[in-house]
Ligand binder design. Structure first.
Ligand SMILES: [Zn+2]
Length: 268
């Protein structure tokens, strides 16, 4: 019996632009492919599109008015799709941008690359530069002054008042506090912020304080532990690692050493 599938569905031979492999595709599917990107597999397709759209600082520009929303991302094509989806459904987090989108036609908007940032760890820093650059023009939709964090956002007075009124008179039972603390444990840090890096264990911190109080120099300790002299100094006098308590005996010896090296503690 003749294999009819080949006659009804002729194949096209293609070369994958990502891995270079030869592969074949049913002509009908080939002709229908909407974006013209033809890779041998889904992973290849994803890698190819990523390479075509490197990490960047971008702007969503309302062309007629020149107003714009600045952001940064490691996957621009996906980010633009997400923004558009939220805007289309009227649930974008940025209210001014959403309002402007609702009032105008989608054709009035452009997704523009402001800068390609090959090293994605630099995205937040570069976005900040662009935010600062456009802040002065008054054309920004962004309300948050700092890239990657909501810190410093100026809220309408009514909203601030509502939040503080809500907090006022909020007294938590010890059980409720314990519950919140348990939930907060293991929580990830918000995007764009990093947890503090602790180089030393409490035991090491105590050892550094005692050894400096006993006469070893900060420089010698710094060389031994591979940190700066200033870092050792901060630990030794208790300004750093304040969560590691100093017992009275150590505190007295540290104080004596400070006086001996001519740096008595400043009165508070
Ligand atoms: Zn491939």
């Amino acid at each position: 019996m003749q294999d009819q599938s080949t006659t009804r569905h002729p194949y096209v031979w293609l070369i994958c632009p990502q891995c270079g492999a030869h592969f074949r595709r049913i002509y009908r599917d080939y002709a229908r492919s909407a974006d013209g990107i033809r890779c041998c597999s889904k992973p290849c397709r994803k890698a190819y599109i990523r390479a075509q759209h490197p990490p960047c600082v971008y702007a969503i520009v309302h062309v007629p008015s020149g107003r714009l929303y600045v952001g940064s991302t490691a996957a621009p094509h996906e980010r633009w799709r997400n923004h558009r989806g939220e805007l289309t459904h009227g649930r974008h987090a940025n209210a001014p941008l959403q309002a402007a989108w609702t009032e105008s036609s989608p054709d009035a908007w452009e997704f523009r690359y402001l800068e390609v940032v090959p090293d994605a760890t630099q995205l937040i820093a570069r976005e900040q530069t662009w935010l600062d650059h456009y802040r002065a023009t008054g054309l920004l939709f962004n309300r948050q002054p700092n890239a990657g964090t909501a810190t410093g956002t100026v809220m309408p007075p009514s909203f601030s008042a509502m939040l503080s009124a809500r907090q006022r008179g909020r007294h938590l039972s010890p059980e409720a506090r314990a519950k919140i603390a348990a939930k907060a444990r293991g929580r990830k840090w918000p995007a764009g912020r990093l947890p503090p890096v602790l180089h030393f264990t409490p035991t090491e911190v105590q050892a550094i304080r005692i050894r400096w109080a006993n006469g070893e120099t900060q420089q010698a300790l710094a060389s031994e532990f591979g940190v700066s002299r200033g870092a050792i100094g901060g630990i030794a006098i208790g300004r750093r690692y304040q969560h590691v308590p100093m017992d009275d005996d150590t505190a007295a010896r540290v104080m004596a050493r400070r006086i001996a090296v001519g740096k008595p503690p400043k009165p508070h």
